[in-house]
Design a protein around this ligand. Structure first.
Ligand code: FE2
Ligand code: FE2
Length: 306
């Protein structure tokens, strides 16, 4: 059974609580005891490939600050959500994203110790997002969160389906991304539903996707270039072109996601239109079932004394 974690709604800090009340939650935050030490994670943890490793590390560098931004932008509107089911989903969303943020921070810290300087990227994401928070209205921030949640849902759905790719990850990093991918698909509707509930328009959500995309990919590629340069791999042209082609080339990992990405621009789009129920059920059992790969790594909640 999944461990149930609750998040303090005022601070987004994580605390464990008695599981009974939330046992039926559709979106259960699960705390996993990851080990990202250098003994447990090889330096080039994706297929022993510096390009793919630095690409995934660049993605991870945006998660701690990015997911905290998601939490804040949804929490800003939580008092305007009256539907009990959506309220419960918002609590689950906040719990899952807060734990993702913490897990990726732990990974990023370990990668920094290995010499990747992810701490500097993490700092720069914080500067960017604080500027967005300062100079844009809350509805824009919520729309941007819904856009980025669409990205993560589409990307993680692919990851759960792409055995060839996920098998390239070293075991503990595979655990990290499988756990994260399942939970992203469990809560993929939440930011969108809150956005719709509080009156977000189609025009805004469609138009916000354009600057979000124009900022997201250059930032990731810039971050990756910095990681490659620091690692002395930036001028390894043959290796980098091969890796770039694997991700962005014709039938590449990301290029193949284009049709699902473009679904966002349909006026009647809803994240549930990408049906992942069967995929989720399979992976929930594989990871968190009785003999699940992560079941023994799940941190059990401490019961509160009355
Ligand atoms: Fe997440
Ligand atoms: Fe998410």
């Amino acid at each position: 059974m999944s461990a149930i974690i609750t998040i303090d709604p005022n601070t987004a800090t994580v605390a464990t609580q008695a599981p009974a009340a939330k046992a039926q939650a559709k979106i259960p935050p699960r705390r996993i005891d990851f080990n990202f030490s250098a003994e447990n994670v090889p330096r080039y943890y994706v297929g022993n490939d510096p390009f793919l490793t630095t690409f995934v590390t660049a993605l991870s560098s945006v998660f701690p600050e990015g997911e905290f931004f998601f939490v804040e932008s949804v929490r800003h509107y939580r008092d305007r959500v009256t539907d009990p089911a959506l309220k419960a989903d918002v609590s689950g969303f906040i719990g899952q994203e807060a734990l993702h943020s913490m897990a990726h921070k732990a990974f990023n810290d370990a990668a920094t110790v290995q010499g990747f300087q992810v701490d500097k990227l993490d700092r720069d994401v914080g500067i960017l997002l604080r500027a967005v928070k300062r100079f844009s209205p809350p509805m824009f921030q919520l729309a941007a969160t819904a856009c980025l949640e669409h990205y993560t849902a589409v990307f993680t759905e692919m990851l759960l389906q792409n055995d060839e790719l996920i098998e390239r990850f070293s075991p503990e990093i595979r655990n990290l991304y499988l756990w994260h991918s399942v939970e992203e698909n469990e809560h993929k509707n939440v930011a969108f539903d809150v956005y719709q509930t509080v009156g977000g328009s189609y025009l805004l959500r469609a138009s916000v996707m354009i600057p979000t995309t124009l900022i997201f990919f250059p930032v990731i590629l810039w971050f990756q270039a910095r990681l490659l340069a620091k690692d002395g791999q930036l001028l390894n042209v043959r290796q980098n072109l091969k890796g770039f082609n694997y991700i962005f080339g014709y039938k590449g990992v990301f290029s193949s996601l284009l049709p699902k990405y473009l679904d966002w621009f349909k006026p009647n789009f809803h994240p549930s239109h990408h049906d992942t129920d069967a995929l989720l059920a399979t992976w929930q059992e594989k990871l968190f079932g009785e003999n699940g790969a992560l079941t023994s790594k799940m941190v059990k909640p401490k019961s509160k004394k009355a």
